[in-house]
Every structure is written in structure tokens, then in C-alpha cells.
Ligand binder design. Structure first.
Ligand SMILES: [Zn+2]
Length: 104
């Protein structure tokens, strides 16, 4: 198990315990996009926008282990599709792009 997988398993455990229901991170990966965005992503099942609002500080702290950059939750309506930490291009900067919620 590498560091990224270890962090994903730990976060699954912590979120599941804090929320009292099963949160699953099926995919953890590094990414680099043509637009200039790059970093690490944890795809997540079972996490809502409201959970992220309540746990923003906890998540920001946990996601420091993913490396340098600004943490954000990628939303699909009221569900969280992924947690991301990295460098952002101008267009996708969290807080500017409507689907990317800054975590801090
Ligand atoms: Zn981008």
C-alpha cells in the first residue's frame, strides 16, 4: 500500500466514524490536466455538500497529507464527487468555478 492509498483508507475510516455511516473512497490518484490543473484526487461515495460544510476544517487538515496546494471539494449537485488538493488554473480556481468548493 502506498502513501496515497494509506491516506485514503485513513480518511475513509475517520469520515465514516465522524458521520456515523459508511464513506467509501474507491479511487485515489494523481492527475495533470491540459488546462494546467494538477494534484491529487480522492473520489468519494456517500459524502454530501452539507457534510463538507460541517467538516471543512477536519478535511483541510487530513488533506494536507496529499501534498502542496489548495484543497477543494468537487461537487455534483449536493453530492461530493471528489476531494482534490493541488495547483489550479485560472478557470477552475476553487470559489470561482461553481462546482469547486474551497476547503478552508
Ligand atoms: Zn484547470
Amino acid at each position: 500500500m502506498n502513501d496515497l492509498e494509506r491516506l485514503a483508507r485513513r480518511l475513509e475510516g475517520n469520515l465514516s466514524r465522524l458521520l456515523g455511516r459508511r464513506i467509501v473512497i474507491p479511487v485515489a490518484e494523481a492527475y495533470a490536466r491540459r488546462c494546467g490543473c494538477r494534484g491529487h484526487a480522492l473520489y468519494v461515495r456517500g459524502l454530501t455538500r452539507e457534510d463538507v460544510e460541517v467538516l471543512a476544517d477536519v478535511l483541510a487538515e487530513e488533506l494536507k497529507g496529499l501534498g502542496e496546494g489548495e484543497p477543494a471539494a468537487e461537487l455534483d449537485r449536493d453530492l461530493v464527487r471528489a476531494l482534490r488538493v493541488g495547483r489550479w488554473c485560472e478557470r477552475h480556481r476553487p470559489g470561482r468555478h461553481p462546482a469547486l468548493m474551497p476547503l478552508r
